[in-house]
Design a protein. Structure first.
Length: 311
């Protein structure tokens, strides 16, 4: 049974005339009559009394009319709700970022900004376990609307977004700082550059993460060669922070993530300023994304940064 048969029947019940009902349904009368006949064959009962003038409904037709009106009304309401959901989904801003930036930047900066402009972001929490290139692919394959990430010239996979199709906003500056747990005197247990006879235990990042290429690039350009022995590798700065706090070794961690811990005195800087690595925190999007909420969010953010500087 087709839904349009129900709509045909309702039109016929209202007009009590095949020709007028066919006009109302924008079909020819033969086509209309055939569809009514198919409906009756499907129901295995006569719904229209064709011997009366004007036409009338049979007792079965009267019962069927009530159901037909209910079904078409429910279908219409459901369709409207589905369209509303579709519009809401299309207007949502799909947001991805790393675990570190979610914990150290999104909650403190992006979320309050969204509250100020009365806008919600649809956060893909699964992205907190992605590899670096997964974020770039997500944006390029239109699986997200905006990507919050670290940027440094040494992060090669981000160069795919240098294409004119994409644009970015530098929304903050960040610094990777070398950290070590402190000893009983409050001094760092491990200090750069270390010694060849006793290299420093190093807690690093995996090669396909955002930050390992940055650290490798920076250390290669230091006058004093750091003496490091890799103890473990991780994807997330939070994991490195935890191991550093427990005294397992030295690790480079975003400053925003370490501020509270540094203030407590159980962790200290493990090197002078030349060992600090500057980063940018960027927000990327496609220029051709037509999401109206994204455009509103993007322009509001640019205006705030132009007025007040990086967040």
């Amino acid at each position: 049974m087709e839904i349009r048969w129900l709509e045909d029947f309702i039109a016929l019940a209202k007009t009590r005339h095949f020709s007028r009902a066919a006009d109302e349904q924008n079909v020819t009368q033969p086509t209309f009559s055939r569809r009514i006949k198919l409906l009756e064959e499907e129901m295995r009962v006569t719904l229209i009394d064709r011997n009366t003038l004007p036409l009338s409904l049979t007792p079965a037709g009267e019962v069927f009319l009530q159901s037909a009106e209910l079904i078409t009304r429910q279908l219409r309401d459901t369709k409207e709700r589905c369209q509303e959901i579709r519009k809401q989904e299309e207007s949502q801003i799909r947001f991805v970022t790393t675990q570190t930036l979610f914990l150290s930047f999104y909650k403190e900066v992006i979320e309050p900004f969204c509250q100020d402009i009365d806008m919600d972001l649809d956060i893909n929490m699964k992205s907190s376990s992605w590899l670096g290139i997964d974020f770039v692919n997500s944006l390029m394959e239109q699986q997200c609307d905006i990507m919050l990430c670290y940027w440094h010239p040494a992060i090669n996979f981000i160069r795919s977004l240098d294409d004119e199709q994409y644009e970015y906003i530098v929304i903050a500056e960040e610094t990777l700082i070398p950290c070590s747990a402190t000893d009983t005197d409050g001094e760092p247990k491990f200090t750069l550059p270390g010694a060849k006879r006793k290299p420093l235990p190093y807690i690093g990042y995996y090669e396909n993460s955002f930050l390992q290429p940055v650290i490798h690039h920076h250390l290669q350009r230091q006058r004093d060669i750091p003496q490091l022995q890799t103890l473990s590798e991780n994807y997330h700065s939070v994991s490195i922070k935890a191991m550093v706090k427990e005294g397992y070794g030295i690790g480079w961690i975003p400053k925003r993530l370490m501020l509270d811990t540094l203030n407590y005195g159980k962790v200290a800087l493990a090197g002078e300023e030349n060992w600090h690595i500057p980063l940018e925190i960027r927000l990327y999007r496609s220029k051709f994304n037509q999401n109206p909420n994204l455009t509103q969010f993007w322009e509001a953010l640019k205006e705030k940064i132009a007025r007040s500087g990086p967040l």
